[in-house]
Design a protein around this ligand. Structure first.
Ligand code: SOE
Length: 400
């Protein structure tokens, strides 16, 4: 691991981060910012300057736990701080647009959790703000962290090298089961006004982004089904498994989808299938993707995230077959800075890599990826899925 000397450290200019939100994603991003400079040699040194949340005691505790120097209770105060260069937005989708646009206008760089926004219109406004800010040397990125698993980054590299040849199929699913129990309380993730959509925006956004990133092309249209299996849930108030539950007594309406199933056509003509659900009993965080091309196939499973399966279709049939690449070699993406071969990484490392890539893009004056424009395009796919589902699966082109 890179261990900067005291003097070297002093020469590297800081990148002072202010984060809004401190729940699950806030904790994950904190871990990324805290760790990245200890593992990678960076052109700027992330500093955990200030964290923001509405509850003064809770945000102070979060600051102490995650290593933030200061705590704020109003995001507007956070973006006005002179000691913040970058605003990292880890709040529910309903506040992304307002915070991101204001932070960019205040001259900050922005990292925003996915999905970029709750609507296409909001995502458009954010993308315009990011474009203007780019002209002023300020950068914006969406946090699609699964691009930063070494095995998915390797898969992208192999597709770009032409190892799969012409792509025919992309098959992808993202399965969780935390809503199976109908007594699980109503949380913000089940309310359209806060979350935008349900499993579609939460899980579907990840797999749409990952599929398009790995394929290296965009979806042209989709046919979809969505369903809400449990339409009313108990109200409790307070946190439930790290998710803040909606306060009140009795029950409240679930106003988002519980599951989304769709097929899609890529611009090249390749066909794709997608499944996003929180009702896959026994599946906790199962994201699987397989790509089949004329020359070969790749398969990835988040539950075995240090591995990538590869079939080279050009090998003689007698000994061809899927083989398991253990993605822990120094030649593999991100891995030269980590542990010796065979000593695997996990979920949290995706946030370290995300921070690394953003710091490099900022220091080198490059547009970070995925950009807000990429986030907007995913938002358009999600909107087309909803439109198609409303029309009983009518094939719906993705707006450009
Ligand atoms: C909850 O479903 C969730 O935390 C998502 O919001 C994250 O984006 C995903 O990485 C894990 O599951």
């Amino acid at each position: 691991m890179a261990q900067p000397q005291q003097s070297e450290e002093a020469e590297v200019p800081p990148l002072r981060v202010g984060m809004v939100g401190y729940a699950f994603m806030g904790a994950a991003h904190s871990q990324g910012w805290r760790t990245v400079g200890r593992v990678f040699d960076l052109p700027r040194r992330p500093v955990l300057a200030a964290i923001c949340g509405r509850d003064a005691d809770a945000v102070r505790r979060a600051a102490d736990r995650h290593g933030w120097a200061a705590a704020e209770t109003d995001w507007r105060a956070l973006i006005e701080r002179d000691d913040v260069d970058l605003v990292d937005i880890c709040t529910p989708g309903d506040s992304h647009a307002e915070i991101a646009v204001a932070a960019l206008a205040a001259g900050k760089h922005v990292l925003c959790e996915k999905p970029l926004a709750n609507t296409v219109e909001e995502a458009q406004v954010m993308t315009r703000a990011a474009e203007e800010a780019f002209g002023r040397g300020r950068f914006a990125m969406v946090a699609f962290n699964y691009r930063r698993v070494p095995a998915t980054a390797l898969a992208r590299r192999m597709v770009a090298e032409g190892r799969l040849g012409t792509l025919r199929h992309v098959r992808v699913s993202y399965l969780q089961d935390w809503l199976v129990d109908p007594e699980f309380p109503l949380t913000w993730r089940l309310r359209r006004e806060q979350a935008g959509s349900g499993s579609l925006g939460d899980l579907g956004a990840h797999i749409v982004d990952l599929a398009q990133y790995l394929a290296g092309e965009s979806l042209a249209g989709v046919s979809a089904l969505t369903e809400t299996f449990v339409r009313e849930r108990p109200l409790t108030g307070g946190a439930v498994k790290g998710l803040s539950a909606v306060s009140g007594t009795g029950t409240g309406q679930v106003t988002v989808d519980d599951a989304a199933l769709f097929t899609g056509r890529f611009t090249s003509g390749a066909l794709a299938s997608f499944e996003a659900t929180r009702y896959a009993t026994g599946r906790k965080n199962s994201l699987r993707i397989e790509l089949n091309g004329e020359r070969g196939s790749l398969a990835f499973d988040l539950e075995r995230l240090n591995e990538l399966s590869y079939h080279d279709g050009t090998e003689p049939a007698a000994h061809a077959g899927f083989r398991r690449i253990l993605v822990t070699e120094p030649d593999h993406p991100y891995l030269d800075a980590w542990w010796p071969p065979g000593h695997g990484l996990g979920y949290e490392h995706t946030f370290v890599h995300q921070a690394r890539d953003l710091v490099h893009a900022i220091a080198e004056g490059r547009r970070p990826e995925p950009s807000f424009a990429d986030g907007l395009q995913v938002q358009r796919v999600l909107a087309a899925v909803e439109e198609s589902a409303e029309k009983n699966s009518v094939y719906t082109p993705i707006a450009v």
